[in-house]
Design a binder for this molecule. Structure first.
Ligand code: F6P
Length: 363
């Protein structure tokens, strides 16, 4: 290997820059050159859109002082998936085409191997590129922690940390005004963030995509608290939570998969208002959870993933995704992360802890 490329794709997560730094420094230390690909793979698919030609030379100097920064110095996109690249037909309507054969050719012309940092969409692309002969290693990323094959993704703990701090602040104002505050957090297909910040911040109700909910037990919980003199309640709602009868499939590509959600916190709040008559407010944490500086644990995980991706290429292995399998970083097949989202196990210790602490899950 003489030259590698690195790209960041999908929604950003705190820790992307730490992965880039670790990959660049450990590659440079092996005598390799590194280029960053701009905006996912758009840098090589539409280089004319970028003043730097879509490829950014990266050396130890360029990645100095970025470990603690949120976002990604390479840019990212969750719009232009090369497997289903959006194109405008002559009649103005939109269609999608598979641009991975062209992308594979461009990558092979420019670099000897690629590190692709991203979520399930990026791993699906990486898998397709690998079958087209591109030497590629995936690095899993999502704040939602719902990628299969790895115990943890970087960005998740930072999101949980910030959400917990926010709920702590909402606690005192909810109590002072005797209100119910509904906090909506990200988590389209899995409720890891809602579950972890909800338990850590001692929420009263947690609604997850994995447990279809009814409003009746939620209203009962709030009324019980009123009876014992706790005239306020905190309700954490994952954006992908669904009322009973409206379950969403967790399998990508299957009917029922919802690509765009939103407003579930508001809907739950309306329901609570109507059933309890209490004063209810809603706070949507949304993209605040994706911003900011990665926590120390996320920096460490991201640095370990970046170094491991380069290490596996140096050892002659590709077509894999690096994955945390404590205490080590291991390598799993690229397609493992694209088959199924990793949902919260309903009989797991964390849910059981929540139930034993009296938290209502709406079931
Ligand atoms: O990264 C996944 C995620 O955090 C989801 O929980 C959320 O629905 C989505 O990103 C929103 O992404 P965007 O607004 O960038 O499309």
């Amino acid at each position: 290997i003489r030259r590698i490329g690195i790209s960041t794709g999908g929604g950003d997560a705190p820790g992307l820059n730490a992965v880039i730094r670790a990959a660049v420094v450990s590659a440079v230390n092996r005598g390799w050159e590194v280029v960053g690909i701009r905006d996912g793979f758009d840098g090589v698919l539409t280089p004319e859109r970028f003043p730097d030609g879509g490829l950014m030379p990266l050396d130890a100097d360029r990645v100095r002082g970025i470990t603690h920064l949120g976002g990604t110095i390479l840019g990212t996109t969750n719009k232009n998936n090369p497997l289903r690249y959006p194109v405008r037909r002559p009649d103005g309507t939109m269609a999608t085409i598979d641009r991975t054969p062209e992308l594979a050719d461009r990558l092979k012309e420019n670099v000897d191997a690629v590190i692709s940092v991203g979520g399930d969409g990026s791993m699906e692309i990486a898998h397709a590129l690998s079958r087209l002969g591109v030497r590629i290693v995936g690095v899993p990323k999502t704040i939602d922690n719902d990628l299969d094959g790895t115990v943890l993704t970087f960005g998740f703990l930072t999101a949980v940390d910030f959400a917990t701090q926010c709920i702590d602040r909402l606690h005192s104002t909810a109590e002072a005004h005797e209100r119910v505050i509904v906090i909506e957090v990200m988590g389209r297909y899995a409720g890891w963030i809602a579950l972890h910040c909800g338990i850590a911040a001692t929420a009263d109700v947690i609604l997850l995509p994995e447990i279809p909910f009814d409003l009746e037990p939620v209203a009962r919980k709030i009324a019980e608290r009123d009876r014992i003199g706790r005239h306020f309640s905190l309700v954490v709602v994952a954006e992908g939570a669904r009322p009973r009868g409206g379950e969403v499939s967790l399998v990508p590509g299957e009917p029922g998969r919802v690509e765009r959600l939103g407003g579930m916190g508001e809907k739950v709040a309306e329901g609570i208002r109507a059933t309890t008559g209490k004063d209810v407010r809603v706070v949507v944490l949304g993209h605040l959870l994706r911003g900011g500086s990665p926590s120390p644990s996320d920096r460490l995980l991201a640095l370990r993933f970046g170094a491991a991706a380069v290490r596996t290429l140096a050892e002659g292995r590709d077509g894999v995704m690096v994955a945390l399998d404590p205490p080590d970083v291991k390598y799993v097949p690229l397609d493992l992360a694209t088959h199924r989202m990793k949902s919260v196990p309903l009989d797991g210790d964390t849910i059981r802890t929540g139930r034993e602490l009296g938290i209502c899950f709406g079931d």
